[in-house]
Design a binder for this molecule. Structure first.
Ligand SMILES: [Zn+2]
Length: 1015
């Protein structure tokens, strides 16, 4: 025990001795065999932003919205834990804990370190936030968990053992096996599952299960999962003890009135027996706490001390201070087989008309911002590593923090108040701005000529265009007529070579594109649609406060080829004096009813439109796939809550009250642009939906860009806008959606594999989260759609897929946020409903071939090419610059089935490397095979001094984690499994093998002298 702790305790003892009717409570109980053990688990649930911002919650400001101050919780907790060494507490959200920690004195830090090392205070879950599981991408889940886990390891030497996802609105398979078993958790606790599922499980005592979330990994990634019987609050019977709570405290002083010890003991025992009735084994958990409680921790502990003391004197049950770790160990020690759970817990409903499937789409612009920043962060860390991290200079750290917060279950979900959504966006913007400078500086160093990495004293400023989605890119809109040349450096963060088509706005109708070898590159100009110019002007004014100087007239489209983990450079100049200027697209505007059958596509893929201007046929001459095909829009009227069940549609809940097809009166006027690189079909679907379908000559998929909004609400109806693809495929109620962007899970309409569902909401009850994609198949074809952010999706009829793209609602749905989801954009105090721009991608493959596109192209959507612009500084760029670069061996690329998820230099100079196999077992005939990565060729200029494989969150050695892992027994016969995983890495060959779906994480130390040195 440290000196500081002793001093503190001495003071407490003095205070206690001064009281006359002192009762020493015996709180020392541990597990007692043969008795019902009630694990009293004190906890607080602290949202890192919801009704207030994360900082407001921390400091306790803005209390008129919610009386919540996390600083109070942590300050008072230290005192309360020191009073009695048997008291325990768990703390979860590292974003708050780290804010508090850096403000503490060395004395308090010493005390807290001791509380943690003795297990009185346990840090569990351990990410920066309690991330959502529906609207998050697994790469973000890994990053935000790693950030928290590494802090806990470095500061306290601790490894969190328990997943504590008590509030997210449904639970993903990826959370269970990847963010659970693969980070080394022994168990995972939560409560939000469908109310019908919960009722069933209570009856069969199946609230506690072994969850096998991965088909590929089978039992090797099992985790014990505990679902709370009701919620994450104290059990029924009045056990809330915050200072202003209204429940009876234990009054045990006979000199005072209202002595109630026996009553309260009876209440406690009754609650324990009720819970034991639906729970296997002699262990139940009482979750003692809820949102932002323990602001004066002693008020809870005082009561729990008494309850434990008197309940154990009573003797009917055994009550003990506990933690989820102790509880898990007790469950494990029973050595019983547990029911098996596969798949996931989506969608979540808490009432017959309350499916929490609206939040899959809520705040689509914030969701896109998070996804774009996620891909950018991946690329920026690579460039930070190539340049060499400098802890005193620009880093990606603030983007990392902002992204971590944004994964919270009231952040990217869209279920926070508007001012809080703005706060998340502001943090992302600040993080991006710093990372953007770092990226520019790294590219400046890497593109400088010389045998070694050389950062010029006058770095080139590489401007980037975050707002390309609203057609805003000042550097590409420069005037080229005076002989200037625009340099476009194109960075590829993927581990394989990439061929793509760039589109950038330009002002001139006469430009020419050259590649890094000086050769002219074929290019095409496409007039910018008025709808795009409109959102450009409006949003530049709204967000930057000014109107843009230039007015681009065209998109310049040209093909690029970029090496893996590297860049290539392209040059754009005035085409006036050039032989082959960029070709203007041929324009075919249709007028009124004069559409006739029409086909687009210069390559293997053709789309056919009928005379009414509707998409009617998809055909691929290479794969011989054909399908009748319709593409439509509709909206659901959001239930306003005035019916017999007052449940409204809102930020969380999707409750449609009727479907309205978006009426085009059989005529959708088309504008068709054709060219050598891409064909486009523009359609003004109605006054607030604009759509562009693109077919690239060299590509075999359709790209659909949509601009939706402002959704009109002046008729008093909230609206939830969906697009749908309708084919004649016989899909037998079955469709597939991804789990947090990773595994695909089979969905069957109106059906749940493990329990009998009564469907009260046939549309909302069949919606699932989509982060990567959704597909259907009919035995001969697969129709896949991939998305650019998380959305809700479903197959409501056979052969059909729909995606909900935007929502504007006028009523709150009664789950606490107390605001309608009614986003607006304001210019000069004139506010209109939010307009969103986005893309989805569609392909039809022969049966069995769809996975290749979903996985490979899916990774390209997540990691788009990073564009950096500068002006040629006189002379020939190539004379003083490296025009083409790959960090890997120039003859090497990662296998088609492997992605580089993380390449990051950490604060201590070590390097974090994560490689992911992209295919599930059996998903593809060739690509589901074991893959190998040669690290010598990934890092050709460096020598690996030390390499250690770690857990997913990089806080312990993988081998140690595997040794400690608890093995759980499962009811029923053992599964017949063939799990393929790569073996340990051999430091002499440095070959990493990856089995299907494997993600392998390494910490690498490079030998100092071998690396490129900064000069
Ligand atoms: Zn919460």
């Amino acid at each position: 025990m440290g000196a500081a702790v002793r001093r503190f305790l001495a003071l407490l003892v003095l205070a206690a001795v001064g009281e006359c009717a002192y009762i020493p409570y015996n709180t020392s109980a541990g597990v007692v065999e043969g008795k019902l053990n009630v694990h009293v688990v004190p906890h607080t649930h602290d949202d890192v932003g919801w009704l207030k911002t994360v900082d407001q919650y921390y400091v306790g400001s803005n209390n008129s919205i919610q009386g919540a101050c996390v600083q109070n919780v942590l300050d008072s907790l230290v005192v309360a834990l020191l009073k009695d060494k048997n008291r325990k507490f768990i703390y979860v959200e590292q974003a708050f804990f780290q804010r508090w920690w850096r403000q503490q004195s060395d004395m308090i830090k010493d005390i807290v370190k001791e509380l943690i090392s003795t297990g009185q205070l346990e840090l569990i879950n351990g990410g920066m936030c309690m991330h959502d599981e529906a609207a998050v991408h697994y790469i973000d889940m890994i990053d935000q968990t790693t950030l928290g886990h590494r802090f806990i390891k470095e500061e306290f030497g601790q490894i969190p053992r328990i997943g504590w996802q008590i509030d997210p609105f449904g639970h993903s398979a990826v959370q269970a096996y990847l963010l659970g078993a693969e980070v080394g958790f022994d168990a995972f606790y939560f409560f939000r599952i469908d109310y019908q599922d919960r009722d069933t499980r209570k009856g069969t005592k199946e609230l506690e299960v072994v969850w096998r979330g991965s088909k590929t990994f089978g039992s090797s990634a099992d985790i014990f999962a505990g679902i709370f019987p009701k919620n994450y609050e104290p059990p029924p019977g009045g056990f809330y003890f915050e200072v202003n709570d209204k429940y009876p405290v234990v009054q045990d002083d006979p000199l005072l009135f209202d002595y109630n010890v026996q009553d309260r003991v009876n209440d406690f025992v009754a609650a324990a027996l009720a819970q034991a009735n639906i729970t296997r084994t002699n262990h139940v958990m009482f979750t003692m706490g809820t949102d932002f409680k323990y602001q004066y921790a002693e008020s809870w502990f005082r009561q729990m001390d008494k309850l434990i003391h008197y309940v154990n004197k009573d003797g009917r049950v055994n009550a003990l201070y506990s933690t989820p770790s102790i509880y898990t160990d007790a469950k494990h020690a029973e050595n019983e087989p547990w029911p098996l759970k596969t798949n996931d817990f989506f969608p979540y409903a808490d009432n017959p008309n309350a499916y929490w499937t609206g939040y899959f789409t809520s705040r689509p612009a914030l969701k896109r911002y998070v996804r774009v920043m996620s891909g950018y962060y991946l690329a920026a860390r690579q460039l930070e590593f190539f340049k060499g991290r400098s802890n005193s200079d620009l880093t990606t750290d603030s983007l990392a923090d902002a992204l971590a917060l944004a994964q919270h279950h009231d952040a990217v979900t869209g279920t926070e108040k508007q001012h809080v959504a703005n706060d998340y966006a502001k943090r992302l913007s600040i993080g991006y701005t710093e990372a953007e400078k770092l990226v520019s500086s790294s590219l400046s160093c890497l593109s400088q000529s010389g045998s070694k990495l050389h950062c010029p004293s006058q770095p080139t400023n590489f401007a980037q265009c975050l707002l390309l989605n609203i057609t805003y890119c000042p550097p590409s809109e420069m005037d080229l007529s005076q002989g200037k040349t625009l340099v476009v450096l194109v960075y590829n963060s993927l581990g394989w070579k990439r061929e793509d088509v760039l589109r950038i706005p330009v002002v001139s109708d006469s430009v020419v594109v050259h590649d890094s070898e000086g050769k002219e590159v074929e290019s095409q100009l496409l007039p910018i649609a008025n709808a795009s110019l409109y959102i450009r002007e409006k949003h530049v004014k709204a967000y930057l406060g000014t109107l843009p100087d230039a007015k681009p007239k065209f998109w310049l489209a040209f093909p690029v080829s970029v090496p893996p983990l590297g860049f290539n450079t392209y040059f754009i100049s005035s085409g006036k004096k050039s032989a082959s200027v960029s070709l203007m697209s041929t324009l075919y505007p249709s007028q009124g009813s004069k559409n006739s059958n029409m086909q687009i596509g210069q390559g293997q893929l053709k789309l056919q439109y009928n005379a009414a201007g509707e998409l009617s046929m998809y055909s691929d001459s290479k794969t011989m796939v054909e399908a009748n095909f319709e593409q439509k829009y509709k909206y659901y009227i959001g239930q306003d809550g005035n019916g017999s069940d007052p449940q409204a549609s809102g930020a969380y809940i999707f409750r449609p009250n009727g479907t309205v097809p978006i009426n085009t009166n059989g005529q959708v006027p088309l504008t068709v642009l054709r060219g050598s690189i891409v064909d486009e079909v523009h359609q003004q679907i109605n006054s607030w939906i604009y759509q562009i379908n693109r077919v690239y000559k060299g590509k075999d998929y359709v790209e659909t860009e949509f601009i939706i909004g402002p959704i009109p609400a002046d008729d008093g109806n909230g609206k939830e806008v969906a697009t749908e693809i309708v084919t004649n495929m016989a899909t037998n109620k079955t469709f597939y959606t991804d789990s947090s962007g990773r595994d695909f899970i089979k969905r069957i309409r109106d059906y749940r594999a493990e329990w009998n569902i009564e469907v009260n909401q046939p549309i909302a009850g069949n919606y699932y989260p989509v982060n990567l994609g959704i597909y259907v198949e009919d035995g001969s074809r697969e129709l896949s759609i991939l998305v650019d952010r998380s959305v809700g999706g479903a197959s409501i009829n056979d052969g059909q897929i729909e995606l909900m793209l935007h929502r504007r609602l006028l009523h709150d749905d009664g789950r606490g946020v107390a605001e309608a989801l009614n986003e607006t954009t304001c210019v000069d105090d004139q506010c209109e409903g939010l307009v969103i721009e986005g893309k989805y991608y569609l392909k039809i493959d022969p049966q069995g071939e769809g996975a290749r596109w979903r996985r490979t192209f899916g990774q390209e959507i997540y990691s788009p090419l990073l564009l950096a612009f500068t002006e040629q500084d006189g002379g020939n760029w190539a004379n003083s610059h490296v025009p083409k670069f790959s960090a890997m061996d120039p003859t090497y690329s990662l296998p088609d089935n492997v992605a580089l998820l993380t390449l990051q230099e950490l604060e201590d100079g070590s390097v974090l490397l994560r490689l992911a196999h992209l295919y599930e077992a059996g998903e593809h005939t060739d690509l589901s095979a074991l893959a190998s990565v040669d690290l010598n060729r990934v890092f050709p200029d460096k020598k690996i001094g030390k390499i250690v494989e770690t857990s997913l969150s990089a806080n312990q050695e993988r081998a140690t984690m595997e040794k400690k892992r608890l093995q759980w027994k499962v009811e029923g016969p053992a599964a017949d499994e063939k799990v393929v995983r790569g073996g340990p890495i051999d430091p002499s060959t440095l070959i990493v093998d990856l089995g299907p779906m494997e993600i392998r994480t390494f910490l690498i130390n490079f030998d100092q002298q071998s690396g490129k040195q900064l000069m």
